[in-house]
Design a protein around this ligand. Structure first.
Ligand code: UD1
Length: 349
C-alpha cells in the first residue's frame, strides 16, 4: 500500500506526525508539503521536533490570495499524484492545503481520507468552514474526532464512510512529556483573519490583557505580527510578553501549566480541554461543542475590553471532566481502516 499525505500548515504537520509514524511501520508513504507555511518557526521546526520525515515534495506556494493559492497548489499536486499513483491520499483539518489536496485527488479518482472530518462552525465566512464542508463531501473515508462530529456527517448525508475513532490529538498529547513552566500566566494566541487582520479588534484584546494581574505570554503568529507591527501595538501594550511561535513541545507544556488560555485557534481549544486547562475563545462559534457545553471553554462573541476582563475574572476549572476525544491508538485505528478499505477498493487514476 502506498499512501500520500498532503500538508501545508502548522496544524496539518501536527496531525501528520502520529499518522506518518503509524503508516511507516508497514507501508510506503510520500509527503507533499504545499509550502503554505514556510517560516522556520511555522514549518521546519515541527518536522524536526515531531520527528516527521522530510517531505518528498515541497511546492513552495504561499503569500497569495486564496483562489490563486489553491489553484497553484492543485496544479503542483496533480502532477505528483499522476506520477506517484498512491492508493489513497490523506488530508488533515481545514486549511487551503487540505482543500487543494482533496480536490486534486478526487479529480484523478484517487480516494481521499479526511482526518478531523465533520467539524462545523456554521459560519461560512470562515475560509476553514468553506474548506472542510467541501472536503467532507468529496472524501471517501471520513475520520470524525468525536461522536458529535460523526453525527454531523450523518446528518449531512455525506457520500463517504464515517469512522468515529477519536481524535489523533489524544495520541500526540500522550506521546509528549510536558515540562512544568513556573509562574502564574495566561497563554494567548490569535491568528484568525477576523481578529488578526483588524487593528481595532487587536487593540480591544490587548488593552484588556495589558491590565490583568497575571503574566501574559503571547506567541505571535506571522499574520498577527504584521498588524501588531504596522500599528505599533507592541509598543502600546508593554505588559504583554510577545514571543515567537513556539515549537510543539514548548507550546503544549505552556498550555498544560497555564492558569487559563485565551485563543481563537480550533486546535488549542481542544488541546487545552484534553490537558484540563480552562479556555476562553475569542470567536462567535466553536467546532468543539463538547468543550463549551462542559464549561471548560467559554466563547466571547462580542469582543470588548470589558467582556474579556469579565471572562478572565470568572474563569475557573469545572469540577467534572468527560473524555470526549477518545482513547490512545486513534492513528493505528485510522491507518488499519484505510488498509482494510483499499484492499477491496483500489482505484487508480
Ligand atoms: C492557516 C489556515 C488555518 C490554520 C492556520 C494555523 C487556511 C485558510 N487557514 O491560517 O486554518 O488554523 O493556518 O496557523 O488555510 N505567513 C508567514 N509565515 C508563515 C506562514 C504564514 O509569514 O510561515 C503569513 C502569510 O504569508 C500570510 C499570513 O501569514 O500573509 C497568513 O497565512 P495564511 O496561509 O493565509 O493562513 P493562516 O492565517 O496561517
Amino acid at each position: 500500500m502506498k499512501l500520500c499525505s498532503i500538508v501545508g500548515t502548522r496544524p496539518n504537520f501536527i496531525k501528520l506526525a502520529p499518522i506518518s509514524k503509524e503508516i511507516r511501520k508497514k507501508y510506503k508513504e510520500i509527503i507533499i508539503h504545499t509550502g503554505q507555511h514556510y517560516d522556520d518557526k511555522m514549518s521546519n521546526i515541527f518536522f524536526k521536533d515531531m520527528d516527521i520525515p522530510t517531505p518528498d515534495y515541497n511546492l513552495n506556494i504561499h503569500e497569495l490570495l486564496h483562489g490563486k493559492q489553491i489553484g497553484m497548489m492543485m496544479i503542483g499536486i496533480e502532477d505528483i499524484l499522476l506520477s506517484e499513483q498512491p492508493d489513497t491520499v490523506i488530508v488533515f483539518g481545514d486549511t487551503n492545503s487540505t482543500l487543494a489536496g482533496a480536490l486534486s485527488s478526487v479529480k484523478l479518482n484517487i480516494p481521499v481520507a479526511h482526518i478531523e472530518a465533520g467539524c462545523r462552525s456554521y459560519d461560512m465566512t470562515m475560509p476553514e468552514e468553506q474548506n472542510r464542508i467541501i472536503v467532507d463531501h468529496i472524501s471517501k473515508f471520513l475520520y470524525a474526532p468525536t461522536s458529535s462530529t460523526a453525527r454531523i456527517l450523518q446528518g449531512e448525508d455525506v457520500n463517504g464512510d464515517i469512522y468515529d475513532y477519536g481524535d489523533v490529538a489524544v495520541d500526540i498529547l500522550n506521546s509528549i512529556k510536558c515540562e512544568k513552566i513556573p509562574s502564574d500566566y495566561i497563554l494567548v494566541t490569535i491568528h484568525r483573519p477576523v481578529n488578526a487582520d483588524s487593528h481595532i479588534i487587536l487593540n480591544r484584546i490587548l488593552s484588556a490583557l495589558n491590565e490583568v494581574e497575571y503574566d501574559i505570554i503571547f506567541p505571535v503568529h506571522p499574520r498577527t505580527n504584521k498588524v501588531l507591527e504596522n500599528f505599533k501595538l507592541k509598543e502600546k501594550y508593554t505588559k504583554i510578553k510577545y514571543v515567537d511561535p513556539m515549537d510543539y513541545h514548548t507550546m503544549i507544556s505552556h498550555i498544560k501549566s497555564a492558569k487559563m488560555i485565551i485563543t481563537d485557534s480550533g486546535g488549542i481549544q481542544k488541546e487545552s480541554y484534553i490537558l484540563r486547562t480552562p479556555c476562553i475563545t475569542l470567536r462567535n462559534t466553536s467546532e468543539w461543542i463538547e468543550t463549551i457545553e462542559s464549561g471548560w471553554n467559554k466563547l466571547i462573541t462580542q469582543i470588548s475590553k470589558q467582556n474579556i476582563l469579565d471572562a478572565i475574572k470568572t474563569c475557573k476549572k469545572p469540577a467534572v471532566y468527560i473524555d470526549h476525544f477518545g482513547s490512545v491508538g486513534v492513528s493505528n485505528r485510522i491507518v488499519s481502516s484505510i488498509r482494510e478499505n483499499i484492499n477491496g477498493n483500489v482505484r487508480k487514476p
